[in-house]
Ligand binder design. Structure first.
Ligand SMILES: NC(=O)c1ccc[n+]([C@@H]2O[C@H](COP(=O)([O-])OP(=O)(O)OC[C@H]3O[C@@H](n4cnc5c(N)ncnc54)[C@H](OP(=O)(O)O)[C@@H]3O)[C@@H](O)[C@H]2O)c1
Length: 239
């Protein structure tokens, strides 16, 4: 069966992706920052008969990413799914974030931290695991981006977050060109506006529906979609 490497697997969309992929029989390497508090994730692993391995990973720690690469040395990764991300690094409750990240309220340290988590971390993951992906059958690298990174669609505010997701889209486009010759298909996915800690309680899409859509899209992705910005329900988004 194919193998998935997923970041941010302990809650939100990542946890729902675990619930989608595990019954399909995939082998899963699930990462999270603190496995000791990832109760639901550990329960999924316990029920998966050895197919799910949980790895501790602070995604901004490049040394930890390199160590994980060595731990998984020789393991083909069919889908590297760069999911972990933040709206703001200090991760206040959704209601407290509203209206922030405008030109008047920029928080430079937080913006830098958001870029490290949302852009540099998945870039480093992709660099370290490109060989693992190239050795697999499916050869897919996916990033969770956002419609908030679409320059065409922007409605302002959320400058830290929007700029990080726009950067992820460009990272993906560059990688799509660079890795095409190795047979790797690289895409970004907008998961919808999802009811997680990040999306808040009034978001339009249930986490399980977002994850089900992402799972369908990402397991059916073809080389013809290399470099595309997709939605969880399989549509194309404007840059
Ligand atoms: N929810 C939405 O409406 C929405 C819309 C568009 C895009 N997205 C994107 O979807 C992805 C998942 O978001 P979500 O809604 O599921 O958010 P969430 O519920 O807040 O979960 C975020 C996940 O990222 C992990 N994470 C954060 N910082 C990390 C770090 N430094 N190292 C490792 N892991 C880290 C968190 O781990 P901890 O538990 O350790 O903090 C958690 O597993 C993100 O990339 C987000 O930008 C979400």
């Amino acid at each position: 069966m194919p193998t998935l490497l997923l970041t941010g697997a302990n809650r939100g969309i990542g946890l729902e992706l675990m619930k989608q992929f595990t019954p399909l029989g995939w082998t899963i390497h699930a990462t999270c920052r603190d496995p000791s508090t990832a109760t639901e994730l550990r329960q999924i692993a316990d029920r998966a008969g050895g197919r799910v391995t949980i790895h501790r990973l602070e995604a901004t720690d490049h040394g930890q990413i390199e160590t994980l690469g060595k731990t998984l040395s020789g393991v083909p990764i069919d889908i590297l799914f760069n999911n972990a991300g933040v709206m703001e690094a200090k991760q206040r409750p959704y209601a407290d974030m509203a209206g922030s990240q405008t030109l008047d309220t920029l928080d430079w340290d937080d913006w830098m931290a958001v870029m490290r988590i949302n852009v540099m971390a998945p870039a480093r993951m992709s660099e370290v695991f490109a060989d693992h992906v190239a050795k697999s059958d499916r050869k897919v690298i996916a990033f969770v981006s956002s419609i908030m990174g679409s320059i065409t669609s922007t409605t302002g505010t959320w400058i830290h977050y929007r700029s990080s997701k726009t950067a992820v889209n460009m990272l993906m486009r560059s990688m799509a060109a660079d890795l095409r010759d190795r047979g790797i298909t690289t895409v970004t996915i907008h998961p919808g506006w999802v009811r997680t800690s990040m999306g808040g309680p009034t978001a339009a899409v249930a986490p399980e529906d977002s994850a089900a859509g992402i799972c369908k899209v990402i397991t059916a992705v073809t080389p013809a979609q290399n470099g595309h910005f997709l939605t969880f329900d399989g549509k194309e988004l404007p840059w």
